[in-house]
Design a protein around this ligand. Structure first.
Ligand SMILES: Cc1ncc(COP(=O)(O)O)c(C=O)c1O
Length: 283
């Protein structure tokens, strides 16, 4: 596999990352996961804009990280993925200082930039049969809106879900379901699609943004409102949205005494997502 590392395209196995890298020592870095459908990068600009916003929040130096859209496109061709489904992974860290000190390295220290493209085969059952998920306390930090590589709380939540036979963990903070550990969470209630308000406790999901746009196009009401854990059973439909899940129905939440067969709004959104994903222009 050909990967990109600090200005070069090279076999991934030949990449050597310094043990002093800020990403390794402090999880002081950002990442993005982008879907490529038959060589077409889905919502690339939105992903790169989120990365740029994260870089600003983390006060990354202005040394920059190259033309990432060109890098992503070249990775797809270098790896023969123009006719396949693939996932692009980008990671940018604060670079490699000479010693481990918490404060920022010298301003001239280049960022570390790493990117890959690899084939992705989604589970074909998920869109039809839906997901079983579970509820887990949200133990993340207070800047979940920044997509950093500091994912230990997410890792623990997903592992807990996996051990319970669930595909995703819904993260609960102060009685509200914020999002999944690796995807967004939305419900449908009396015909309205509801997603939690975008605060510092939730990632600005690109797929959720696409869902909001599709709702507008399909005349489905959309509202940003808290989703209370203790009122979940009243919702008519539940769904996860994300780069890997796309739009997937949630059919079971462990511990909640009810099941949700995939409903008409979810099906309509799945259909619209499939048909319109390359024409959609998010606000
Ligand atoms: C915590 C979290 N929420 C939501 C999402 C979905 O975001 P996107 O639609 O941009 O893939 C992700 C995806 O990685 C995530 O990690």
């Amino acid at each position: 596999m050909i990967a990109y590392f600090n200005g070069k395209f090279m076999p991934r196995d030949e990449i050597a990352i310094s043990p002093n890298d800020r990403g390794f020592l402090f999880a002081d870095g950002l990442y993005e996961v982008i879907r490529s459908y038959q060589g077409r990068l889905f919502q690339l600009d939105a992903h790169l804009a989120r990365l740029a916003r994260g870089a600003e929040h983390l006060r990354f130096s202005r040394n920059g990280y190259g033309d990432l859209s060109k890098i992503c496109e070249r990775l797809v061709t270098e790896n023969d993925l123009t006719d396949a489904d693939a996932l692009i992974y980008i990671q940018v860290t604060r670079g490699v200082p000479p010693t481990r000190l918490h404060y920022f390295p010298d301003a001239e220290t280049p960022l570390t930039v790493y990117a890959t493209a690899q084939p992705f085969t989604p589970d074909p059952d998920i869109p039809q049969k839906g997901l079983t998920v579970t509820l887990v306390p949200d133990q993340r930090w207070a800047r979940c809106d920044i997509k950093t590589v500091g994912l230990t709380a997410n890792v623990l939540a997903v592992q807990q879900a996996r051990e319970m036979g669930a595909a995703e963990a819904l993260l609960v903070r102060d009685g509200c379901i914020m999002e999944g550990a690796k995807s967004s969470f939305l419900v449908v209630s009396r015909g309205t699609v509801i997603a939690p308000p975008l605060t510092n406790y939730i990632l600005g999901s690109i797929t959720r943004q696409v869902v909001e746009t599709l709702c507008r196009e399909e005349n489905i009401p959309f509202a940003a409102r808290p989703i209370y854990q203790d009122r979940l059973a009243e919702a008519d439909e539940l769904l996860q949205a994300g780069t890997t899940f796309e739009v997937a129905p949630v059919v079971k939440v462990l511990g909640v005494d009810r099941e949700w067969p995939a409903g008409p709004v979810t099906r309509k959104l799945q259909e619209a997502f499939k048909n319109k994903r390359f024409t959609i222009r998010c606000a």
